[in-house]
Design a protein around this ligand. Structure first.
Ligand SMILES: NC(=O)c1ccc[n+]([C@@H]2O[C@H](COP(=O)([O-])OP(=O)(O)OC[C@H]3O[C@@H](n4cnc5c(N)ncnc54)[C@H](O)[C@@H]3O)[C@@H](O)[C@H]2O)c1
Length: 337
């Protein structure tokens, strides 16, 4: 099988590429990205064909590679809440427009597409667990610009679904719920507010800055270890007996439900065991900051986000196994061990 991974140099792309090269020596990866620092260690592998390409500038190159592939995973996107509010049109351009072009190419060339939707599509859905087929997708008013990411992904989900019905497009949509792991973000160069939550906390401790909890950090999130997440995506690519065909799967770990405040305290406690962090971890102050001050007035938050995963368990034979502490240990060992 030839697999085109667009955004292969990112967090999910780098772990997925590693997994495929380890477990499937008869698969070949065409990898595209604008950066390669997270995949430098894979470049020498004969089954890994990397091209440094900006997909916004060269959709014809994407088409050439897609035509040579059996399946495409378009993972290039801006997936960072601070950018949703600071530069919503950049989010729309990459996450929606560029990815729509790729979806159309998959339809044109009759290729299978495995598309990263997001837990954000459920927005402020009040359900205890978000169900792929039953839960409503609830976003806020237009001036709350943070929803441009959720809305872009949701509309692409709908476009892909419609092509499935009209053109029999072969697809799988997966919805990651806060994947965490080594290589998530660049902690050492991270500027304030630019990382995802765990790496932001670690970056703060490393750079000797106090931690800010947006609106007190009462938001509840389920964190899933990247290894568990990749296990699910690998099963979708394998697609045994068509188990992932024209399906939508939540990929999250409901057992790892914590508030952001609990997470901050856990990260600080564990950081005390790492030489490079211990000194400041012992005196870091955890403040609460108003979301309008932190992200601006166009932000709006989701108070609780828990995935229903019965469908992935039943159809993919998958279940997440790794607890939060084990994941945090892996992350801290990677950056500071
Ligand atoms: N990580 C999560 O928990 C999570 C949650 C929900 C959804 N997702 C979705 O999964 C996908 C992958 O997420 P990730 O965490 O790996 O993101 P990431 O930011 O780590 O990786 C994205 C990659 O795309 C590349 N890219 C950006 N613009 C590009 C361009 N113009 N041309 C070529 N490459 C470009 C980046 O360089 C980066 O390496 C995204 O679609 C994201 O929305 C991720």
């Amino acid at each position: 099988m030839n697999i085109l991974i667009i955004g292969a140099g990112g967090f999910i792309g780098s772990h997925l590429s590693e997994c495929i090269l380890r477990n499937h020596r008869n698969w070949k990866i065409f990898a595209l990205d604008v950066v390669a620092d997270k995949i430098n260690h894979l470049l020498a592998d004969e089954n890994f064909d990397f091209s440094k390409v900006d997909i916004l500038a060269s959709m014809s190159f994407v088409e050439k590679k897609l035509a040579q592939s059996d399946v495409v995973l378009p993972l290039a996107a801006i997936a960072n809440p601070s950018t949703y509010v600071q530069n919503p049109l950049a989010v729309f351009k990459l996450d929606f427009e560029a990815n729509l072009a790729i979806v159309k190419l998959a339809v044109k060339h009759r290729k299978r597409i495995i598309f990263p939707s997001t837990s954000e599509v459920y927005g402020m859905c009040p359900d205890d667990e978000f169900d792929e087929e039953m839960s409503n997708c609830v976003t806020g008013p237009i001036q709350k610009q943070r929803w441009i990411y959720s809305a872009s992904k949701q509309l692409l989900d709908r476009v892909i679904y419609a092509h499935g019905i009209r053109d029999n497009l072969s697809y799988t949509l997966f919805r990651p719920f806060n994947f965490i792991g080594p290589r998530l973000d660049d902690i050492f160069n991270a500027s304030y507010g630019s990382s995802r939550v765990i790496t932001q906390f670690l970056s703060n401790i490393y750079h000797k800055k106090d931690i800010n909890l947006v609106d007190g950090g009462n938001q509840m999130r389920c964190f899933i270890d990247i290894a568990d997440g990749i296990d699910a995506i690998e099963r979708m690519i394998e697609n045994r007996d068509g188990c992932a065909e024209q399906r939508i799967f939540n990929v999250g770990n409901p057992s790892n439900l914590f508030s952001i405040k609990e997470l901050a305290h856990k990260v600080v406690d564990m950081a005390k065991a790492y030489k490079k962090l211990a000194d400041f971890a012992a005196r870091v102050v955890i403040h609460s900051v108003d979301s309008r001050e932190y992200y601006g007035s166009s932000y709006q938050d989701i108070s609780r986000r828990v995935p229903a995963i019965q469908k992935a368990q039943k159809l993919l034979g998958w279940t997440p196994k790794i607890g939060l502490e084990e994941s945090l240990t892996k992350i801290m060992d990677f950056y500071f061990g």
